[in-house]
Ligand binder design. Structure first.
Ligand SMILES: O=C(O)CCc1c2[nH]c(c1CC(=O)O)Cc1[nH]c(c(CC(=O)O)c1CCC(=O)O)Cc1[nH]c(c(CC(=O)O)c1CCC(=O)O)Cc1[nH]c(c(CCC(=O)O)c1CC(=O)O)C2
Length: 365
């Protein structure tokens, strides 16, 4: 059984040689030299793996997130298969808002669906604060995983206030986020009250994961690209900052990621993360110029490239590694999650190629 000290070790950035805190992934997040460029993939634990589809066959998504043994096995599957440099907790961004009392489900082929969308001040009051006791299965799964993973760091995560608010106001996935933005523009006081509450829930959820022993956290603002920079700064940045600055002394690297964020990267960098995740549209050498030299970058292979012939994949991996060298630290990743139809063999080959190309360069100094 993992003790508190593991969590403490992770929190204090214990760089005991060989431990997760001294891994290539954590070193890159902290802009320290690494033996090779670390690589992991968003959505690595999921539908691209036959072993995932088999183990999930009869278990609804939200239920699978609440069964520690299942979360542990699913999280480990891509680590065993691909040899990635980090594991990410198998969970979902809506798990903490469900624990906070929101009646929602995850519908296969659709995503999160909210029974009674959040539209009024009374609705916002329905979102309760959460503690570890509301998500015991997350605490237990992380503790199990820290033991199983040994030196491989485990990444915890949560959805950012804007993306969570979008699901709650829309009632499900949306292309335009029309209801969300109408509320944001039309009732700014209610909007900030909603995002304040979501930031509190998110911060508590990430603290549970850190206390249980994760070595890093990622805040997903997947829908932030729907906003102009001015609107992002006015309506979203204060709330993402509340989450990330609330973890400033938690002792683990913080990654902040969004999609469609080319015009927002500078502002996102101000929210307080140590690493900014970049989608595939902005070359990493350009992105790092917008983000600043005090942050590492993560990304940014287009997930669709993995469906192309291998020579195309190889050329893109080489390009991204080269452009990543312009940043003070680089974690190789996709520009968004692994697509369900991706051939897992290709992901395994990408990990080996990233390690081979970046180790060779490290040897050359
Ligand atoms: O297409 C569907 O069936 C609904 C998929 C969906 C889910 N949550 C959702 C969405 C909306 C979306 O991703 O577009 C809602 C969801 N979950 C998540 C995000 C953030 C993002 O990916 O941009 C989002 C929002 C994505 C968006 O709306 O753009 C985060 C998430 N889901 C998940 C994980 C954990 C993991 O994959 O390791 C993670 C975070 C870590 C990561 O990205 O790696 C897991 C998850 N959630 C979900 C699934 C599908 C479950 C199944 O059917 O077997 C899966 C597994 C998989 O992706 O194969 C359900």
């Amino acid at each position: 059984m993992t003790t508190e000290t593991t969590g403490t070790a992770a929190r204090d950035g214990d760089s005991r040689p060989g431990g997760p805190a001294d891994s290539p992934f954590i070193r890159a997040c902290r802009r320290r030299p690494t033996p090779h460029t670390p690589v992991w993939f968003m959505r690595q634990a999921g539908r691209s793996l036959p072993e995932y589809r088999e183990i999930r066959a009869s278990v609804p998504m939200l239920e699978s997130c609440r069964r520690p043994e299942l979360v542990t096995e699913i999280t480990l599957q891509p680590v065993r298969r691909h040899g990635v440099d980090a594991a990410i907790l198998f969970s979902d961004i809506v798990v903490p808002v469900a624990a906070a009392g929101v009646d929602l489900d995850i519908v296969p082929g659709t995503g999160p669906v909210v029974a009674e969308p959040i539209r009024t001040a009374a609705d916002v009051q329905r979102i309760r604060p959460i503690t570890r006791e509301d998500v015991p299965y997350v605490d237990e799964a992380v503790r199990q995983l820290v033991v199983e993973l040994g030196d491989t760091p485990l990444i915890g995560f949560a959805g950012a206030p804007f993306t969570l608010a979008s699901y709650l106001v829309e009632g499900g996935p949306s292309r335009t986020h029309a209801k969300t933005k109408a509320l944001m523009y039309g009732d700014e006081e209610l909007w900030h009250a909603l995002c304040d509450r979501l930031a509190e829930v998110t911060l508590a959820f990430l603290r549970v994961q850190i206390e249980a022993g994760v070595s890093a956290v990622q805040l997903f603002d997947s829908w932030a690209g729907a906003l102009s920079e001015a609107d992002y700064r006015r309506y979203v940045l204060p709330h993402s900052t509340a989450v990330l600055s609330g973890l400033a002394h938690a002792g683990v690297p913080r990654i902040h990621f969004g999609v469609g964020t080319a015009e927002l990267l500078g502002a996102m960098g101000e929210a307080g993360a140590d690493v900014v995740g970049v989608d595939w549209r902005t070359p990493l050498d350009v992105a790092t110029g917008r983000i600043g030299a005090d942050k590492a970058v993560q990304g940014n292979l287009d997930p669709c490239v993995l469906l192309a012939p291998w020579p195309v994949v190889e050329a893109e991996v080489r390009r991204i590694l080269e452009q990543g060298r312009a940043a003070p630290g680089h974690v190789f990743n996709l520009g968004h999650g692994v697509l369900p139809e991706t051939d897992p063999e290709v992901l395994t080959r990408v990990v080996a190629l990233v390690h081979e190309l970046s180790s060779r360069r490290a040897d050359q100094g």
